[in-house]
Design a binder for this molecule. Structure first.
Ligand SMILES: Nc1nc2c(c(=O)[nH]1)N[C@@H](CN(C=O)c1ccc(C(=O)N[C@@H](CCC(=O)O)C(=O)O)cc1)CN2
Length: 295
């Protein structure tokens, strides 16, 4: 039997609907809409697409969208000055600087300039620290989206073996923290891990976030494992066109796994849906309201 397909697009659509309803309640209570500011530096084509999608989704959820664009040649100080203006702007509840930044900029310094209460990406060290010690934090969108899909599929994750492949600050490390909070036994594997296939085979849950097209093969998996593919890699396709693939060899993995996210249509759509959720959470906290329910 083939694996069940985890439909991230459908889950994300439902989450966006729930956020939209909660935003309407927030507007009733406060007389204003939550505001999300997105900053794009340069003209990276993929980043432009993501920023446009974020703007559309923000407006569709009933929130205010503020878009700021700087040229690729902008000085880092100019970007930080913009972030500081957004920190002080009462209409802005969430600030997101689209990554990657141009090479002359230091991502860590830019992220450090964001007010942690408005850091809807959850990348600020204050938020990563709070996540690590189990305090209320803004949590990075992609790993939180993966966790939502896993809980929807598996229910209680307690005691399960989870293998996270990739140790980035944006996905791998926060993913491992979230799984640990769910009482999984967590292994973080990475490019230096010896005998990676044997490590991966321990996983009841495998989260692949390495950025290497189709690296994880079907025969690396424990039969019945739940596989979450975070990779979005553009590779040459037929007739000179490109196609998207994940970090997992989908056909091989689907023959062994119990369930698997596709690429596209799996984790990707969750990133933007959770961003909307995080913006509403940040706005609710700033307005002194309780956490929005059911999100
Ligand atoms: N500041 C941030 N920068 C980046 C983040 C982030 O969370 N915060 N994540 C990625 C890009 N990203 C959002 O910014 C993103 C990536 C992919 C998708 C998505 O829906 N992908 C689709 C396929 C889209 C396509 O056809 O190209 C899918 O997987 O189905 C949404 C958002 C890096 N930068």
């Amino acid at each position: 039997m083939g694996a069940a397909v985890i439909d991230g697009k459908a889950f994300a659509d439902t989450l966006r609907g729930k956020v939209g309803a909660a935003v309407a309640a927030f507007r009733e209570q406060t007389g204003r809409a939550p505001g999300l500011a997105v900053v794009l530096v340069g003209e990276d084509p993929a980043s432009q697409v993501y920023v446009r999608s974020k703007h559309k989704a923000t407006v569709a959820a009933g929130m205010e969208s503020f878009e700021h664009r700087l040229p690729a040649t902008a000085a880092q100080d100019a970007l930080i000055a913009l972030v500081e203006r957004l920190n002080a702007d009462e209409a802005v509840d969430g600030i997101l600087v689209q990554l990657p930044l141009p090479r002359h900029m230091d991502e860590k310094a830019v992220i450090a300039a964001i007010d942690p209460a408005k850091d809807v990406d959850g990348f600020h060290v204050i938020n990563s620290g709070k996540l690590a010690v189990g305090e209320e934090a803004l949590v990075p969108c992609t790993p939180l989206g993966c966790l939502m899909l896993l809980k929807d599929r598996l229910g209680d994750l307690s005691g399960l073996e989870a293998v996270v492949i990739g140790r980035s600050n944006i996905v791998g490390k926060p993913m491992a923290q979230l799984l640990l909070q769910e009482s999984c036994t967590v292994t973080i594997a990475h490019s230096r891990t010896r005998d990676l296939s044997s490590v991966v085979r321990r996983g009841d849950i495998v989260v692949a976030a390495v950025g290497r097209p189709e690296m994880v093969k079907g025969d690396w998996l424990k039969p019945g494992a739940t596989v979450i593919d975070v990779g979005i890699n553009r590779v040459p396709g037929e007739e000179g066109k490109s196609r998207l693939v994940g970090d997992v060899d989908y056909a091989g993995a689907a023959a062994v796994a119990g369930a698997i996210t596709p690429v596209p249509g799996g984790v990707g759509p969750m990133t933007i849906a959770v961003l909307l959720r995080n913006t509403l959470v940040a706005a609710s906290r700033r307005a002194g309201l309780g956490a929005p329910e059911g999100l």
